[in-house]
Ligand binder design. Structure first.
Ligand SMILES: [Zn+2]
Length: 160
């Protein structure tokens, strides 16, 4: 028996641990084409990096990742100081542990979105962003009005 967030009781037939492992492996493989986008960040994640697996997701913080997330490429997109955290498939990177804690709910929504869309997620995200920017006639809407970001921000206001 599982209680969902909105309090509805849902009955599932008990799954054997073998089936659960197969489902989890399939989930990782399905998202792998997006998770590999994190590979180029590996050198930044090594020096003084903190790694942990949380709910099937690799969470990494490091000083070099902090520098990367505050770079002009992200400042242009966010219209502010860059990003506190970012998600690539089953990998979340953040500036530091505090940012990871504050962003965890939001970023795990992006993980679920990746699991929904699989390899098509980057294309879907960019398309949604371009559509939002075109509708609003301003570039910052790419991020702020992007449907995937709106869904993630909405989740932050829910009890977890
Ligand atoms: Zn986001």
């Amino acid at each position: 028996m599982v209680v969902s967030k909105n309090g509805i009781y849902v009955n599932f037939a008990p799954m054997s641990s073998v089936i659960i492992r197969i489902v989890n492996a399939a989930r990782v493989l399905w998202v792998a084409p997006v998770s590999v986008f994190a590979l180029p960040l590996l050198p930044l994640a090594l020096w003084r990096g903190k790694w942990r697996v949380n709910n099937g997701v690799l969470e990494i913080v490091s000083p070099a990742l902090s520098w990367f997330l505050q770079g002009p490429w992200f400042r242009a997109m966010s219209g502010g100081t860059g990003f506190a955290a970012a998600t690539m498939g089953h990998v979340i990177v953040a500036r530091d542990s505090g940012c990871m804690d504050r962003c965890r709910v939001h970023e795990h929504v992006h993980v679920r979105q990746c699991e929904r869309w699989g390899a098509l997620f980057p294309l879907a995200y960019v398309s949604a962003g371009l559509y939002a920017a075109w509708r609003a006639r301003r570039w910052s809407a790419y991020y702020w009005d992007n449907q995937f970001e709106r869904e993630a921000r909405a989740a932050e206001n829910l009890p977890v």
